[in-house]
Design a protein around this ligand. Structure first.
Ligand SMILES: Nc1ncnc2c1ncn2[C@@H]1O[C@H](COP(=O)(O)OP(=O)(O)OP(=O)(O)O)[C@@H](O)[C@H]1O
Ligand SMILES: [Mg+2]
Length: 274
């Protein structure tokens, strides 16, 4: 055994997910180790968001297994995922425009205090304070927690979605394109946040189409192609061109297509669109 032993937090083994005739995931396997940042890349429609949603129980896999800390689990939904220590930023952000910054941060999980020691009531004050602190400390952004999010810029909305993933103090963080709407300065804040999370022992999966961002933030990169894993490689060992080549060919570097397929079988629904 080496000194730097890795401990798998999440293992995905042969996961499949079909929507009607669309095979969004046909054979996905990956491992997220403790304290690592794993990049998940692939072309539009490769199945990245579907995989994230399957990991938090929004979708149930049709086949395959998901293990948390070595144990096979059926994840009922995002609430269950949160109890397993998972915080998620969804690609569509899923904010409610009419609600305030603070209300969005705590949507569906407001802190509760016991009135007279018995009756649970929502602790609005604690909520506002925590909300402000998360935004300031984690994202270096000053926002009035009472502002309705409909008045915010794209970058500010993205910050709130990230803050929202962090309020439950997760030790696994899943980020689906957290930088897509951001300015260069704001991207740097997200990169710093990811480094902070890693430094404090969190495990992170990040989806990002900007390969330079992926290369600067991650320890390893998993490439998906038409619903299946092509390969997972150490970031330090691959060039940008290597990643692009795997993304477009669906083949691992210097080898035949992975997972026993001929590289054609799952291509039908993607080949001509986008
Ligand atoms: N709820 C759904 N119902 C039907 N089809 C779906 C559903 N969710 C995803 N799909 C399909 O599954 C495939 C994978 O979609 P997914 O959103 O996972 O791709 P992605 O890799 O995240 O792409 P992008 O980079 O564009 O975000 C696509 O063909 C998509 O149309
Ligand atoms: Mg997506």
């Amino acid at each position: 055994m080496t000194v730097t032993e890795t401990k798998p937090r999440i293992e995905v083994a042969g996961v499949q997910k079909r929507f009607g005739t669309v095979e969004a995931l046909s054979d996905v396997s990956l491992t997220l180790n403790e304290g690592e940042v794993l990049g998940l890349v692939g072309d539009n429609g490769a199945g990245k968001s579907t995989l994230i949603k399957t990991l938090v129980g929004i979708h149930q896999p049709d086949a395959g297994e998901i293990r948390f800390d070595g144990e096979a689990v059926t994840i009922d939904g995002p609430k269950h995922a949160r109890t397993l220590g998972v915080g998620t930023v969804y690609q569509d952000l899923a904010l409610v425009d009419e609600l305030s910054v603070a209300e969005n941060l705590f949507l569906g999980r407001k802190p509760v205090r016991k009135l007279g020691g018995v009756l649970p009531v929502i602790d609005e004050r604690t909520m506002a304070e925590r909300a402000e602190r998360i935004l300031r400390e984690r994202l270096d952004i000053e926002l009035d927690p009472d502002t309705p999010v409909e008045y915010l810029s794209g970058g500010e909305r993205q910050a709130i979605a990230i803050g929202r993933a962090l309020v439950t103090d997760p030790d696994i963080v899943l980020l689906d394109e957290p930088t897509s709407a951001l300015s260069k300065a704001a991207v740097e804040r997200v990169e710093q946040l990811v480094q902070q999370l890693k430094a404090s022992g969190h495990s992170v999966i990040i989806i990002d189409h900007n390969l330079e961002e992926v290369r600067s933030m991650t320890d390893r990169i998993t490439v998906l192609f038409q619903g299946r894993t092509v390969d997972t490689l150490e970031t330090a060992a691959v060039s940008r061109d290597d990643i692009v080549s795997m993304m477009v060919s669906g083949k691992p570097l210097g080898g035949p297509a992975n997972n026993g397929a001929d590289g054609q079988s799952s291509a039908t629904q993607h080949s001509t669109s986008d």
